[in-house]
Design a protein around this ligand. Structure first.
Ligand code: UDP
Length: 243
């Protein structure tokens, strides 16, 4: 609505940010950035490092598929279009410094923290917030902390929670129909001209995806836990999403 067809004119400029798994480039349009997806993988707050061959290609392609699916379901995202195997054109967000995690089954840090077994179901999905801080190892925080420290307003925190649950419902049903259980995932949101948009990426780095029939892990836990078949797991996850 009233948006310019900006992507036709955006030229790639210098790198403005380099993260663990991607680089972000400015463009000639101040409202747009280009993501470049790398094969570098880290885990446990970068204490474990490695490379997952073609991961960047998988993550870019899967994120595109999920962002298009979510836009179709009425969730606004930063996605504009995929430019190449490893590049995506995105709206430039003012990132809210919270990681929003949604869980459908117990796994990972929650299993450890509360002494539960992986795969245990809940009565309802759980939404958690983590403060984005490398030196602090992204600590879990309450919505009240986010509001009290001014990371987000009360309205924004409520919006993040409802958007996260909507994303969960859409992705969970989509993956379920393709024989994949969406165990949990992490989202990032940002502000864009007065709106909250879904940002970052949605891929096997940021989701736990289990084969419904076999329970096989098709995500970054294969790398985190040295399970082998990491590239194959990523490739299979993408094949399911594109099927
Ligand atoms: N996650 C992520 N980035 C992080 C931490 C977690 O993408 O920095 C994702 C992770 O892949 C999983 C979900 O968020 O799908 C929940 O992760 P959890 O809290 O269990 O932490 P983990 O066991 O991955 O350290």
């Amino acid at each position: 609505m009233g948006e310019r067809p900006v992507e036709a004119v955006a030229q790639k400029l210098g790198m403005i940010y380099e993260g663990k798994a991607k680089q972000v480039y400015a463009t000639s349009d101040p409202d747009l950035v280009i993501f470049y997806f790398k094969d570098d993988a880290t885990a446990f707050n970068a204490k474990k490092r490695g490379t997952i061959e073609k991961k960047g290609i998988v993550n870019n392609r899967m994120s595109e598929a999920f962002f298009l699916l979510l836009e179709g379901a009425g969730v606004r995202t930063h996605f504009v279009r995929r430019l190449s195997e490893r590049e995506m054109l995105c709206r430039r967000l003012e990132i809210i410094p919270l990681e929003t995690v949604v869980r459908n089954l117990v796994a990972g840090s929650l299993a450890k923290r509360l002494g539960r077994s992986e795969g245990e179901p809940f009565k309802q999905p759980v939404v958690e917030f983590y403060f984005k801080s490398d030196p602090l190892d992204d600590p879990m925080v309450l919505p009240a902390h986010a509001i009290a420290f001014g990371w987000a307003s009360a309205e924004e925190v409520a919006r993040l929670e409802s958007l996260a649950l909507k994303v969960n419902a859409v992705l969970r049903d989509f993956l379920d129909a393709r024989g994949v259980t969406l165990v949990d995932f992490k989202l990032e949101f940002g502000r864009y001209h007065g709106e909250i948009l879904l940002g970052d990426e949605i891929c096997p780095d940021t989701c736990r995806l289990w084969d419904k029939a076999t329970g096989e892990k098709l995500d970054k836990d294969r790398f985190r836990r040295d399970l082998g078949g990491v590239e194959e797991g990523y490739r299979e996850a993408l094949a399911r999403v594109l099927s």
